[in-house]
Design a protein around this ligand. Structure first.
Ligand code: NAD
Length: 477
């Protein structure tokens, strides 16, 4: 990808199979988080751009909604090919525009690329027509879908939502995060290269309360698939009710990592820190509450201090970097305010603290921070910080660990680290979360992803993700 310069402005959206000049005129700076410099600009779309895109998706749905599995699979294969060809460019864009640490950014992009074959497999396994006696049930595409994404893995969310929607036979209007314009531009080029039928996939960049709100309010949009904050998710549910929107909401988390007392710390602590600091802590699934047996607290503290050197702050493009900058000044300030709050609440700093790390005074770098002596009712243990801040909480028994893990309004993700697998499974089965990993982060593109409680509504990935874009219809003779 050619590096963009401050003189460059992205001025187009992708509507009805063409790059279209923005009707909206507001221009926004794209700021590099490593030094706060403006690296490019983007013209934001408005309600008119959004309505044009919805119109194109509606026209395309008349035909695309009736396609066969094989026709949809062939589109998924073309998308897979075109996005695969741009893995490097997408990774570079993520490093540049939100300071994504290169190793992790690449994993995110690859995971997005894999969403297309995974959806193809999910579609293959899904019976779109089922007959029982004189009853036939068909799973029909819900209609035009609005896909609204968060910035922290924007390219992955676009791929994932698009793959599921296309597999279901829906046409889409994508509203990417406004903090992800460079990635979005590459993604649009991928859509163009995949030669999709006109109007099947449209992209309008713009503000949430302008472009996103129009998608939520417009009666021609049947479904919203959203990834982002609880507050916006709630507003989508509220505002979408007027037009009876179907919604999938992938929201926040405050995920527990339960370290069982039979765990070998030399492996468990690095695994717990990876869970806490992945994507520089800016991950919905980040394991930001580490629950440890009280009797092993001192050994845990020593192991954390020893392991912190692997999570050094650095330039996100450097493959040795563990933690990069926060995405924006606002996010930097948010993390600082929580570190202050933790100190005021009486938690004890084991690592990190307020301010910039030494040598990284420019940009939005924060210190990877670990608090010990944390009580689960403290704000730092209950609220999503979305930065590299880990809370260590001590427990006495497995039952108490489970109770603390579940004492959260969130329920997106959890981890259990332990040697006795039967015991780890027993603990995992009692955690109220959409996904629990045992002994470290791992993935399965056919396994459902989504939250209990305030972490969301509905599931993505595999057949669960495709079903979210389908309506069952029964014909009885
Ligand atoms: P955000 O809610 O501020 O924005 C998300 C998207 O919603 C953006 O595209 C934004 O423009 C749009 N939006 C804003 N106001 C809107 C409105 N009124 N109507 C429609 N759309 C609107 O979230 P963010 O800061 O981009 O992302 C961080 C949040 O996302 C965190 O809470 C994180 O946990 C969550 N997240 C969840 C998952 C998951 O899979 N569960 C994954 C990643 C991030």
């Amino acid at each position: 990808m050619k590096a963009m310069t401050a003189k460059d402005t992205i001025k187009t959206h992708y509507i009805d199979g063409a790059f279209v000049e923005s009707h909206g005129q507001e221009v926004m700076d794209i700021v590099r988080p490593t030094d706060g410099q403006v690296i490019a600009r983007v013209t934001l779309g408005d309600e008119e751009d959004t309505r044009r895109a919805i119109g194109a998706a509606k026209r395309a749905f008349a035909t695309f909604g009736r396609t066969t599995k094989e026709e949809r699979a062939s589109i998924l294969r073309r998308l897979h090919q075109s996005v695969s060809a741009r893995i490097d460019d997408l990774t570079t864009a993520m490093v540049e525009e939100y300071g994504g640490v290169v190793q992790f950014a690449r994993l995110i992009v690859e995971s997005g690329v894999n969403a297309f074959p995974a959806a193809e497999k999910g579609l293959e396994e899904l019976a779109l027509t089922q007959s029982r006696g004189k009853t036939t049930v068909t799973l029909e595409p819900v209609g035009v879908a609005g896909l609204i994404t968060a910035w922290n893995a924007n390219a992955l969310f676009i791929c994932l939502k698009l793959a599921s929607a296309v597999a279901a036979g829906c046409t889409v209007v994508i509203k990417p995060s406004e903090l992800s314009s460079l990635q979005t531009q590459v993604m649009i080029e991928c859509l163009e290269a995949a030669k999709l039928p006109k109007g099947v996939c449209n992209v309008v960049s713009g503000r949430g309360d302008v472009v996103g709100a129009e998608l939520v309010r417009n009666p021609d949009v049947a479904k919203i698939s959203f990834t982002g904050s609880v507050a916006v998710g709630q507003s989508i549910m509220r505002e979408g009710a007027a037009t009876m929107k179907r919604v999938t909401l992938e929201l926040g988390g405050k995920s527990p990592t339960i370290l069982l007392d039979d765990t070998a710390l030399d492996k468990a602590i690095p695994a717990a820190l990876i869970l806490a600091f992945m994507n520089s802590g800016q991950a919905c699934a980040a394991g930001t509450r580490l629950l440890v047996p009280k009797a092993r607290l001192d050994a845990v503290k020593r192991a954390i201090v020893d392991a912190m050197s692997s999570f050094a702050v650095g330039a996100p493009a450097d493959p040795k970097t563990g933690v990069g900058p926060m995405v924006s000044e606002k996010q930097y300030e948010r993390v600082q305010s929580y570190i202050r709050k933790g100190i005021e609440e009486g938690a004890e700093l084991l690592a990190g603290g307020e301010g910039h790390p030494e040598g990284f005074e420019a940009g939005y770098f924060v210190k990877p921070t670990v608090f010990v002596n944390v009580k689960n009712d403290m704000a730092i243990a209950q609220e999503e910080i979305f930065g590299p801040v880990l809370c260590v909480i001590a427990y006495d028994s497995d039952d108490e660990a489970i109770r603390i893990a579940n004492d959260s309004k969130y329920g997106l993700h959890a981890a259990v680290l332990g040697t006795d697998l039967q015991r780890a499974r027993r603990v995992a089965s009692q955690i109220r979360a959409g996904r629990v990993v045992i002994n470290g982060m791992t993935d399965d593109p056919q396994a459902p992803w989504g939250g209990f409680k305030f972490s969301g509504v509905g599931r993505e990935y595999g057949k669960y993700g495709i079903e979210a874009f389908l309506e069952p219809k029964a014909i009885l003779e």
